[in-house]
Write a protein that binds this ligand. Structure first.
Ligand code: AMP
Ligand code: MN
Ligand code: MN
Ligand code: MN
Length: 311
């Protein structure tokens, strides 16, 4: 029998509550965006938690793509390493014929609607991967599906990143960045257009589960100014509340641009490395600059959703 989320036990055995490490004068080292083997990262949730702690992270979130199967492990590992924890995910969304990522933070991971929505979003990945492989075989790269599978930690979550690792392994490219320049992206072999979740659904799943929706790395999208304005406006209208300002995907000039956008749209600001792998990621967990002054950090609005480390 389904029980309402309000009476469910919290994700970890520990109580949710106030952050203990956030005097206004001292910025919290929060890293609210990274990936584990449960999606397209190369480290386990436990190894990520250790690395985050070693880099000084105090408030952490694991945000695997379209998947929350690693949340329990991440929360336990966060607490074992003396960090506070927010539940997290990064939902793939199709908006204006482009892929946009929406991070969800602080939701109830037991919420059935969120779990169902994420399962639907993951659903097309297998067939898409077969088609990526077929296209690659047309340019002489055979067996890429099987090759990519060797890197997959979660059978429901085969992603372009796993293909990229395989193409590096077989010597087709020097690194994964080169793979994405020559393959898997629009206009190149192995690009398979895909319809992900809608913006309204992704925001609703997160909100209805008690969490906050956040636009991930907005500078990465190739939108016109009008399309970007539409994204922010519709996101806000559907109940979205945050935007990543300081992320591993942004330059300092882009921190400024999205600080202004956060003010213009009345959005809270998030900070996250988007760390995937020690070998591939330029930005390590917990190493980004603090949020610019004057922004409202997302964790201030999510204080009641934080799962505190044991005292
Ligand atoms: P997918 O969800 O299968 O479309 O894969 C998207 C993932 O591919 C992103 O989350 C990144 O981890 C990775 N990715 C996309 N573009 C690039 C790029 N230019 N360089 C490196 N990784 C990329
Ligand atoms: Mn990724
Ligand atoms: Mn992303
Ligand atoms: Mn990400």
């Amino acid at each position: 029998m389904l029980v309402g989320s309000l009476v469910r036990a919290p994700l970890c055995a520990h109580k949710m509550g106030r952050v203990s490490i956030s005097p206004a004068s001292l910025p919290v080292n929060a890293d609210l965006h990274c990936h584990s083997v449960v999606s397209d990262g190369t480290l386990t949730p436990e190894a990520l938690a250790q690395r985050a702690q070693a880099n000084g992270v105090q408030l952490w979130s694991l945000t695997d793509h379209d998947e929350i199967g690693g949340q329990q492990r991440a929360c336990v590992a966060a607490h074992a390493n003396g960090m506070d924890y927010l539940t997290g995910t990064e939902i793939s969304v199709t908006f204006a014929d482009n892929t946009v990522h929406i991070v969800g933070l602080g939701f109830d991971a037991d919420n059935a609607q969120l779990q169902h929505g994420l399962a639907l979003t993951r659903g097309g990945r297998g067939a898409r991967a077969q088609e990526i492989s077929r296209q690659l075989s047309e340019v002489g790269i055979h067996g890429a599906y099987e090759g990519a599978l060797k890197y997959v930690g979660n059978p429901e979550l085969i992603s372009r990143t796993h293909f990229a690792r395989h193409l590096v392994e077989i010597g087709e490219c020097r690194d994964t960045s080169e793979v994405f320049r020559r393959y898997l992206t629009e206009g190149h072999p192995g690009f398979v257009p895909h319809r992900w979740a809608s913006l309204v659904d992704a925001v609703r799943w997160i909100r209805d589960a008690g969490g906050m929706a956040v636009i991930a790395h907005p500078a990465r999208y190739r939108f016109t100014a009008n399309e970007e304005f539409a994204l922010f406006s519709e996101f806000k209208r559907h109940g979205g509340e945050g935007v990543e300002v300081v992320t591993g995907s942004h330059t300092p000039a882009e921190y400024k641009i999205y600080t202004d956008m956060a003010h213009e749209f009345g959005l809270a600001a998030s900070r996250g490395s988007d760390f995937h792998s020690p070998d591939e990621s330029h930005t390590d967990l917990g190493t980004l600059p603090p949020l610019p002054q004057g922004l409202t950090p997302v964790w201030e609005k999510l204080v009641h959703r934080i799962q505190r480390r044991p005292a």
